[in-house]
Design a protein around this ligand. Structure first.
Ligand code: UD1
Ligand code: UDP
Length: 369
């Protein structure tokens, strides 16, 4: 059995870490195909180094273009590699253009597809991520759902229950495994931060950054948070947002301290020790939940509703008054929720499921065989 792992962006490297680790430990045959959708050293290389990941076997250098061009180029290049390497299964993680590019390429060649983080839905079809994840789910043979919520969505959409496996989230594998490393170095002094005396900010989603008024409103909200609490809003800024702020000539409000994107361990510590995390990231909502730091989501919806249901997260949108109210509520939280994202063995479960099928031939052979 040979597995191809697709990587493209920062969150995919983190979500695939435990799977690559499993494949390596079990001496299974695998290859890594990196589209390089993310390519800046602090959005890419740093994660291979700190997570001690092998370098990709193929690097496609498809970064920074329109969604259409990215996916078209990825599809063409990934197909060429899959035709040559003939893997039995292609694994994709999440909802990026890389995920859809990989799934389309594999499906056109009749190769099995495993979707890590299947069944998430924001029910907002204006988001490119929602389209990517729906299409990928409907092309996949293994739908690895983090919790029962995603299983429900998939069954409602007519996906065969046999294809769905509730296994937890590999984001939890990575956080739980690296908790001890996070505790080894204290990164707070480097940024002049004190435990529980700062807010951690991330804003990068297209819906929040590509519209000048919406981005301006979000910055205004951050200003109001500083006016009310007088505590630093520490913001490792994504290159997309940095570019938009410059293009729209927006001003960074007082109290907001920008930094370049951070290394994974450094960033996890900053989540763990924050008063509240304000974010539009998917992965950060999960990590804040796992690390028991209250989260306020700067979006109108979330595809991680479990975090809201257990009291770890609030959907606040972009309006200053709603954001301030949400922060107040979350600051009163006892931080006693139980993470729904699994016990850190998600990758092991996934690899076992795929291996079992291929060993016992309980899955139809690929078209190419
Ligand atoms: C992508 C994903 C998004 C995910 C995010 C993770 C899609 C549709 N979106 O968004 O779901 O949450 O990754 O961070 O796949 N840039 C750099 N260096 C880089 C990467 C990007 O400078 O290494 C800048 C470029 O100006 C680029 C812009 O960021 O045009 C956007 O990059 P892109 O990969 O298209 O989308 P993300 O916003 O990163
Ligand atoms: N992350 C990081 N450094 C940062 C910001 C984020 O290591 O400066 C990690 C974070 O811990 C999480 C992942 O990047 O695992 C989330 O990526 P992002 O927010 O870009 O994407 P999303 O999860 O929204 O798709």
């Amino acid at each position: 059995m040979k597995i191809a792992i697709m990587l493209g962006t920062r969150p995919e490297i983190i979500k695939m870490w435990s799977i690559i680790h499993q494949l390596h430990e079990q001496k299974l045959d695998y290859l890594i195909i990196h589209t390089n959708q993310h390519y800046s050293p602090n959005m890419n290389d740093v994660f291979f180094q700190s997570l001690d990941l092998p370098l990709p076997h193929y690097n496609l250098h498809v970064g920074s273009d329109t969604q259409g061009k990215q996916i078209a180029l990825m599809l063409t290049k990934i197909k060429e590699i899959l035709e040559k390497e003939k893997p039995d299964c292609v694994m994709v993680a999440g909802d990026t253009n890389t995920v859809l590019g990989g799934a389309l390429a594999a499906s056109q060649l009749g190769i099995k597809i495993a979707h890590v983080e299947a069944g998430l839905r924001s029910f907002d079809s204006t988001m490119p991520e929602e389209i990517n994840r729906i299409l990928t789910d409907h092309l996949s043979d293994y739908l690895f759902a983090p919790t029962k919520t995603q299983e429900k969505h998939l069954i409602y959409e007519g996906v065969s229950p046999q294809k769905i496996h509730i296994v937890g989230n590999t984001v939890a594998d990575a956080v739980l495994e690296h908790l001890k490393d996070i505790k080894k170095i204290d990164y707070l002094p480097k940024h002049s931060l004190q435990k529980q005396e700062y807010f951690l900010i991330t804003i990068h989603r297209a819906e929040n950054t590509d519209n000048k008024e919406r981005l301006q409103k979000l910055l205004k909200s951050l200003e109001k948070v500083y006016q009310k609490y007088g505590e630093t809003l520490f913001y490792p800024i994504h290159p997309r947002t940095k570019k938009r702020i410059a293009e729209f000539k927006l001003k960074i409000p007082t109290g907001v301290i920008l930094s370049d994107p951070l290394d994974y361990f450094e960033f996890l510590q900053l989540i763990k020790d924050a008063k509240v995390v304000l974010t539009d990231s998917g992965g950060v909502q999960e990590e804040a939940c796992i690390l028991r730091t209250p989260c306020v989501t700067l979006r109108d919806n979330t595809e991680r509703p479990e975090t809201v249901e257990i009291g770890a997260n609030i959907i606040a949108g972009t309006k200053p008054s709603k954001i301030l109210k949400s922060i107040k509520i979350m600051m009163e939280s006892k931080r006693d929720w139980i993470s729904p994202f699994g016990d850190g063995n998600t990758a092991q479960k996934m690899v076992e499921i795929i291996q079992h099928d291929f060993k016992n031939k309980t899955i139809a052979p690929n078209k190419q065989e």
